[in-house]
Design a protein around this ligand. Structure first.
Ligand SMILES: Cc1ncc(COP(=O)(O)O)c(C=O)c1O
Length: 373
């Protein structure tokens, strides 16, 4: 007899991107920022460490809430801090989605959402993006169990009660495509959905577009943000939620009592206050992204318009082996992400690195396309 909950035993578990031990590879596989974070963040960590760590941190990360609230034009009680935005997503799923209820996500998108539903014993409904990375109308409608509908939703067995849909996740920009859905479109989706919508804005700083004004107008819209990508603090683990206070009040009940430590609260606060650093770094990354996108297209890849810090590259040639290219790049010291989505094409997601690394990686792709193995 197994003591494990059946839904946990049955799930595969989320597999994070490869993290090589040393510096032997240039990492272009997990959308980290290639630049060093604001020195103000490092100074803040040293200052906290010097004062000592014998006391618990502020339980809600109040200093960060105040800094983020000032930036986004809301009050501090519109912000919840988390141990990375993955922690925020966990808290949201636990707050809104119960056993056998339904969580909706677009496909292909961030794989973690589905794992979170599985942990809850909830069902997930993957609504396929259309070929141009727009969403079908079904995405904002009440769920149906029709298994062969043209929007290619995964079959929902056992019938679906119209009120079973409890939460919808929408990464914007999306991963792996990097594509952006306009805010007006998201507003329409939010207004017709029968449940709250979480817009995962992990990459929004690279797009320069956010749904934050929508959160102010619509209490059912919530935004998750991370310091891992645009602020170059993936190792710190800090993310946050922007939502109306009545939502935050509920999610605060579900989070761990001290889900963020004193070092991360101080560093994230200093980082978000250094908007000059953010603007300068984002500008460099966006410029490199545009070049990378252009070059990959010249080399024959289909690359949807990326508004994030990575590109999604699919070679339309028959018999092209994306995994072989991934292995060729890896052998030559460049680690990118090979992604294989069942019932969807596979491809390579390449994070935007420093100019010299992006250029060297692109040169390797070119050699591969010219037949080198
Ligand atoms: C769409 C999306 N959301 C959230 C995250 C998680 O970020 P964090 O480091 O804040 O947990 C990622 C990380 O890759 C992501 O791609």
């Amino acid at each position: 007899m197994s003591f494990i909950r059946p839904n946990v035993e049955a799930m595969a578990g989320y597999v994070p991107g490869e993290q090589p031990k040393g510096d032997e590879a240039v990492k272009l596989n997990t959308n980290e920022n290639p630049y060093r974070a604001s020195e103000k963040a490092y100074d803040a960590i040293r200052a906290v460490a010097d004062r000592g760590l014998s006391r618990y941190p502020n339980a809600v990360g109040q200093a960060f809430r105040e800094a983020a609230a000032a930036l986004y034009g809301v009050e501090p009680d519109w912000i919840m801090c988390g141990n990375g935005s993955d922690d925020i997503l966990t808290v949201l799923t636990r707050t809104f989605v119960g056993e056998n209820q339904l969580l909706r996500l677009p496909y292909p998108s961030y794989i973690l959402y589905k794992s979170l539903a599985e942990i809850q014993g909830a069902r997930s409904e993957e609504v396929y993006f259309q070929d141009d990375w727009t969403l079908p109308d079904y995405f904002s409608q009440v769920p149906t169990s029709a298994p062969t509908a043209p929007f290619r939703v995964n079959p929902l067995e056992g019938g679906v009660a119209p009120d079973s849909l409890r939460l919808v996740y929408l990464p914007n920009p999306n991963s792996p495509s990097g594509t952006l859905i306009p805010v007006e479109e998201i507003e329409k989706i939010a207004n017709s959905l029968p449940c709250p919508l979480v817009v995962d804005e992990a990459y929004a700083d690279f797009a320069g577009v956010s749904c934050v004004d929508l959160v102010k107008r619509n209490p059912r819209v919530m935004i998750t943000r991370t310091m891992s990508k645009s602020y170059a603090l993936a190792g710190l683990r800090f993310g946050f939620l922007i939502a109306q206070p009545e939502m935050i009040e509920q999610t605060l009940k579900v989070k761990d009592s001290y889900n963020c430590d004193a070092l991360s609260i101080a560093a994230a606060t200093a980082a978000i206050q250094d908007q000059e650093w953010l603007q300068a770094t984002t500008k460099k990354i966006v410029a490199t992204r545009e070049r990378q996108q252009q070059k990959m297209r010249e080399l024959g890849f289909v690359v949807p318009e990326s508004r994030a810090n990575f590109t999604w590259n699919v070679c339309p040639e028959n018999n092209f082996n994306h995994e072989e290219l991934y292995l060729f790049l890896k052998k030559n010291g460049y680690l990118v992400r090979y992604m294989k989505y069942p019932a969807w094409s596979d491809g390579l997601r390449i994070s935007v690195g420093r100019d010299e690394d992006a250029d060297a990686c692109l040169a390797l792709v070119e050699r591969f396309m010219n037949g080198e193995r």
